[in-house]
Design a protein. Structure first.
Length: 388
């Protein structure tokens, strides 16, 4: 058996060893509840607050604008539901895009059943939201716009600065799901016209089950988890202090290594994209090229075969990829993102996402470029659709 190759970093990453080392003492020696008044609690509370400062600094925010949550899904839910419930007197119209993560889309569906009116902005063939479209869609009763920074399936980086500027001029709050971009792309909330922003540690080499929501000073939210008074009464529940400390370390490292890492990873990305398109006839790249694409994302559609078939064959060779988003693979519905950029159901079904990480090597990319075209040729030879 050869070495395994992990190309599914958009689904999750491992915890890097510096992060693990930072976390370990907090399982045992430093275990107090940060809400307790005794020294055990105060000790942990101090570290939780240091982590809040670190995360705030990495994002250009103030420490009190950082709320800890259980991850990207909860941050997205808290941003949308929390804002909608607290501000429904001003209006009930919310705008999002058709290519958001399900944490946003399913929350919007639920809000729409509760009487909110949701508009889903279309995207162009590379997945970009058009700021002019947003401008036209904002109404007097619009309270909130939620657009992701970078798409988890096709890597498109949205023009959040421009979109946020429009929201600001119109007096509408702006939420950004930055779960794929935090640690990867520069984020400076001192300058970005963004009011709410979600991040999740396990997408940047931190632990699973912990995230944060940036809530700009002055933005009102209604809590969705009720209980104790943690996080200034906005998010009840004993702090996952080990996770919070890990998340801060992971984000600090990711931000400090960002430029160098992106240079390396985007070279590997382009090598993989160019190689696949060259070696596999009737294949296409989904999403844009260059610096408007996440440096670690490759997504291709390959005609006449099913993504699931390619995944299984790659898996047998120890290569981990995804046929869409992790949430949709396993179901037969084609990805809503690929349909939104205009692919037919048939082409969308033949799609593969390969998301790179900081340990991937050129040799691994070349291995994929060697085996995948063969897998495709074999699957096509069995396909009644293909007249090679
Ligand atoms: C992974 C992901 C989420 C969900 O984050 P979890 O921490 O896994 O709940 C939300 N949005 C995007 C864009 C993601 O990639």
């Amino acid at each position: 058996m050869t070495e395994k190759i992990y190309l599914d970093h958009a689904a999750t990453t491992y915890v890097r060893k510096e992060v693990l080392a930072e976390m370990l003492p907090f399982f045992t020696e430093h275990f107090g509840n940060p809400m307790s008044v005794h020294s055990f609690g105060r000790d942990v509370a101090k570290h939780v607050e240091n982590s809040r400062e670190t995360i705030a600094e990495c994002l250009g925010a103030k420490p009190k604008e950082i709320m800890f949550t259980s991850g990207g899904t909860e941050s997205d839910n808290l941003a949308l539901r929390g804002f909608a419930y607290a501000n429904s007197k001003k209006g009930k119209h919310i705008i999002t895009s058709s290519i958001e993560h399900h944490a946003i889309l399913h929350t919007c569906e639920a809000l729409s059943k509760e009487g909110f009116d949701i508009t889903y902005l279309p995207v162009d063939s590379e997945g970009f939201v058009d700021p002019k479209e947003l401008e036209k869609t904002i109404r007097p009763d619009t309270i909130l716009v939620s657009i992701m920074h970078a798409n988890n399936e096709i890597g498109t980086i949205e023009p959040i600065e421009e979109l946020g500027e429009i929201c600001r001029q119109r007096g509408v709050a702006f939420h950004v799901d930055a779960v794929q971009s935090a640690g990867v792309l520069p984020l400076n909330l001192k300058e970005l016209p963004v009011d709410l922003l979600s991040i999740s540690a396990h997408k940047f080499y931190g632990p699973k089950g912990v995230g944060a929501l940036f809530v700009r000073n002055g933005i009102r939210l209604k809590p969705i988890l009720l209980g104790g008074g943690q996080e200034r009464n906005l998010r009840a529940g004993t702090h996952n202090h080990v996770g919070i400390i890990g998340m801060a370390k992971a984000l600090e490292l990711a931000v400090s290594e960002q430029q160098e890492a992106n240079l390396c990873i985007s070279k590997l990305r382009d090598r993989l994209i160019d190689g696949l398109l060259e070696k596999i006839p009737e294949s296409r790249l989904n999403g844009p090229r260059g610096n408007k694409r996440l440096p670690n994302n490759v997504n291709v559609s390959i005609k006449y075969i099913e993504g699931e078939g390619m995944l299984l064959h790659l898996d047998m060779l120890g290569i981990a990829a995804s046929s869409g988003s992790a949430c949709t693979s396993g179901s037969l519905d084609p990805s809503h993102v690929l349909l939104a950029i205009g692919l037919t159901h048939e082409i969308a079904h033949g799609s593969l996402r390969l998301s790179l990480g900081k340990e991937n090597t050129e040799a691994e990319i070349d291995k994929v470029l060697e085996v995948l075209p063969k897998i495709v040729a074999n699957l096509r030879a069995m396909s009644p659709l293909y007249q090679g």
